[in-house]
Design a protein around this ligand. Sequence first.
Ligand code: FUB
Length: 667
Amino acid sequence: MLLEILTMISKTYIKYISAFLLFAGTLWAQNPIIHDQFTADPTARVFNNKVYLFPSHDIPALASQRQDWFCMEDYHVFSSENLTDWTDHGVILSQENVPWGKPDGYSMWAPDCVFKNGKYYFYYPNAPKEGRGFAIGVAIANRPEGPYTPEKESIKGVGGIDPCVLIDDDGTAYLYWSGMGIRGGQLKENMTELRDSSRIMEGLPDGFKEGPFAFKRDGRYYITFPWVRKEKGTETLAYAMSDSPLGPWQFKGIFMAEHDNKCWTNHHSFLEYKGQWYLFYHRNHYSPGMDKRRSACIEKVSFNADGTIPEVKQTLRGVGVTKATERIEVDRYSDISDGVTIDFNDSTRAFNGWHANLPRKGSYIRYDDVDFSDLSDGYLVCKVKANANTSFTIREGTAKGKVLAKQAITVEGETGPFRRDQRGQWLTLTAPIQNEIVNSKSSNSKCLDLFIVCEDKEMSIDWVQFKNRTTYMKPASGTSQPDEEGFIRRWLLLEPIKQDIPSNTVFTNTWLREAFGKEYFSGQMTSLPKSGQKEKVGNQKLTWRLLDSETYNVRLFRFAEKWGQQTYGSLFWAVTVIDCPEEIRNVRLAAGSNGASMWWLNSEEVLLLEGDRRMVEDDGMSKRLTLRKGRNILRGAVINGPGLADMCVRFLDEKGKAITNYSINDK
Ligand code: FUB
């Protein structure tokens, strides 16, 4: 058997040690399903309504070993309730802990685990201390996650690899494995010994076979196995059926064709979970140059009325629903248009994942089953790159479907500090969501198939995500008060005016006076805007919004994000009305801002915070002022470059105590 495999090994070996050491914590739904280590030969079982995955664990070969062969020293177990988020419960068995095994055999090949008599029985192949080849052992636990205690001896009468156990409806357990063909035999009640001698499974096709997985469905027995059909030379997944657990079998054919990338092995298991059947299998996604470092994948399976299995196609999308509010790795697509390609993010660190390249206008990626039910008031975030200004849309249902979001990728020109010289660099960008379907609460429980469509020049995309807005500010009405510490949280804010600011170092006194002194819209310094009022500034159409900040500092950056304007390189205008029951003398306006800001009380300039500021409360203080009885109009302008923007403002008395005995409104 080894010889047969050896002759088929592909040649190139890429060192993945650095990738292996790197922990990629992100979880996502697509194929492959585990993203921080190799996971081959995946056997999945349902225990306690959860799916437990018992794969084998490829690792890079030690320097002293054959670099192009399997290297496997331990087993992990993983669990999931949605087939999307997998928890790694860590190592459950290591070669040095197997009493009968070679402590440095690196031969812990495909395992299985079943539940019987209140215990979990984990079956695994390993190189025995004495002799050559493989034996099969059992380790026993009280919980699927372990700890597992290995039996002192391997199972007598069983020489080979790839154990699998079928427990019949009457509780009888059968062990199958591969060793000079596929063999099977009944297990004793203790699950650690064969009742009689094993027998070869009759009726299976000629040609190399291994990795049996047996199961029962609708009263029919299936034996499924990797099989090499002569004309192709690498493994398919094939099956036979019977009305008895140990055969004889009737060969039915192939249900998964050879890998299209010369990965020599495949190995699998079938699982029914929440009414749906799944096929777990492996492929060398993270190790395209070497096929002995494999990764577990999942596809849905259906059965024909006569119990036969239609062909299962390998996909990158895999199974499960992806939440819109989590990262959608679109390079794990359901479909792509011609010319779309997928590359590693970092070819020396495979576990850093992939991105997709859309070569031209009209190129698209389809990504199915995105659940928007957690999104109430959202916006788009994405990681993209391009060599020239371009844009893409996210559409619903088809490549010409309704636009959910449109994202410009600006990497050159006059549009802001972060878009200069960003050609070919990864950018994290945000855009508003334009379609009420995903933005409205009525969209709850909506699952959509998304199309990511290139609308202009070529671009690359790593992921997209729909984020709920944190409620930093709420729409306001009526009259308000300063908070306990005197901070003014009620403001009329104008959506930000675009500024071209290469760096915050430009915020000198002269530069700021010019920037704040310019008339952007009429009545800028004289009139009191109304909530909802529009201003035309250059080619921007901006709206005044009356808001209450949930924090003492008004997060202008979040305001910009929320209302779909540019977040960096922005000029924010803020106005509020301080309504005093009586005249208050000798007060000072105390403000902090990120970046620079200027403040006017009743149209008189009272404070300028210049330079590259961080927001610190009471960072700048005005001269002594008088708040009139009745209305006082407080106006501010805050400008930011490539950084966050916020402000905090209050009035202090002569002793530095916050003034709170006035009301705030917008009239
Ligand atoms: O993972 C090592 C061996 O490769 C398995 O035991 C076989 O089934 C094949 O997948």
